[in-house]
Write a protein that binds this ligand. Structure first.
Ligand code: CMP
Length: 159
């Protein structure tokens, strides 16, 4: 039941100074940060991360967006972490993402607008979609040495 999952605070989230806000929302449910770094990715790396989207019409815009500035990459650990993080992050399109979610509260882009403009939808964060995807994405973004093992104060004193 204890899983690890990957979260990326994309260039729009970093540029809007929302790193602390995103981390707070993820940490306060009890998820543990076990890896974190700031990275500027190139086109080659973007194609590896978004391999499932390379053939899609919006990929060019997505590549431009994801390589446009630094990203904060985080590995979170906890019970059902993949599902929990997706719940907190909200739906892909900020326009329809529910209030109370990161994308619903801090972004407002719509597919209608980005399709017209030929740009990627700016939705602040990426979160792994399944356990398998999380394992593959963590391996892509982090070396074993960059993932840490420690006990939070809650683990030390509560369980
Ligand atoms: P993410 O969760 O990182 O997964 C793939 C990304 O592609 C997604 O967030 C959006 O940033 C982008 N994306 C997905 N669908 C579309 C779309 N229809 N138009 C533009 N960008 C999209």
């Amino acid at each position: 039941m204890i899983e690890q999952t990957l979260v990326l605070i994309k260039p729009d989230g970093v540029e809007r100074a929302l790193v602390g806000e995103v981390l707070t929302r993820l940490e306060r449910v009890g998820l543990k940060i076990v890896g974190m770094k700031m990275v500027l990715v190139d086109k080659n790396f973007a194609r590896r991360h978004y391999a499932a989207h390379v053939e899609k019409g919006f990929y060019k815009g997505l590549e431009k967006f994801i390589t446009s500035g630094p990203i904060v990459a985080i590995v979170l650990e906890g019970l059902h972490a993949v599902e929990q993080v997706r719940k907190i992050v909200g739906g892909t399109e900020p326009r329809t993402a529910l209030p109370g979610t990161i994308r619903g509260d801090y972004a407002h882009h719509s597919y209608e607008y980005t399709d017209k403009k030929g740009i990627a939808i700016k939705n602040l964060v990426h979160a792994s979609g399944s356990k398998k995807e999380a394992e593959e994405e963590i391996t892509l973004w982090f070396s074993e040495k960059e993932i840490h093992s420690y006990q939070t104060v809650h683990e030390k004193h509560t369980f």
